[in-house]
Design a binder for this molecule. Sequence first.
Ligand SMILES: [Zn+2]
Length: 349
Amino acid sequence: MKALRLHGAVDARIDEIAEPPVRPGTVKIRVVRAGICGSDLGLYRSGRLGPEHRHPIMNEIGPKVLGHEFSGLVTEVGSEAAGIAVGDLVAVQPNIADGTCPACLRGEPNLCETYGFIGIDGWGGGFSEYVVAPADNVFVLPEGFTAETGALVEPLTVGWAAVRKSGAAAGAAGLIVGGGPVGLAILLSLRAIGASRIVVSEISDRRKALAASLGAEVVDPRETDLADFCGAGMDVAFDASGAGSAAFDAAFRSLRTGGTLVIAASSREPVAVDTTQILTTEKRITGSFAYTRADFQAVIDAVAAGRLDPRPLVSSTIPLDQVIEGGLDHLLGDGRATEVKILVAPGID
Ligand SMILES: [Zn+2]
């Protein structure tokens, strides 16, 4: 089968590799849609976690198949994989944790000492024709889902978990710095919980228009002071831009006293923090890294119930043989300003 594998920095290739065999406790999935994530771009640009990388649980070396946001149709079910049938439309929660470290034992497997991802650290990935995944990671999608919405569950869940960490409830006012896929997933999640006001700070025209169409007030931080615009009254704020001090300071100043800032993107630079401001305002700062199984299921339920509709995030759908030029290279170049989420279709509809 064809698979996109990472060989090194700016060296990804569509290789012909063997189809993975189904084993007890796993299912074989024909990938139908797989999204390109910012982390795929980071790995491609840097070559990080390349062929020499061996994850302690996934335990394989050699070029890894990329793609951790995917959906597909089950083609084969191994023994000990109850509740899943051939023909089911499924989404895969790509996270692997050891289940034994202190973080896992206190119910935060996303902070596991040996956290890993299918589609990054091994066990195949969505930018290929077939994936064999542990049955525990496979979620059968309910009526109303398509392969497209199924592939968007993973990136939506990143935003959903960030909103959960913020503590926002119905009626909350939220600021999102950065209107890329993570920021827009936060926007959709805030809407789903009934936020009263959502402000998005973004500079790309395409993303500004999309955020506005999804019900946000949109601000260009080059033209408008965010904290002034927000009246220092936001209950929650999210840095989904990674834009360093400017983004952090604007988000922090936009919060009301006691409000919560969630860091939802890795910063391109270290940020200096005035801790006296934290002392006197009791504003909270926390990170949100990935998500839990419960978050993944909550997003599936919200999409099925019509409270979350991720389809507007899809800006292009491309075949697998276009994934390098029309996907990775494009997103590292001109596509940064014009695309939101690119989905890859490895063959069938
Ligand atoms: Zn663990």
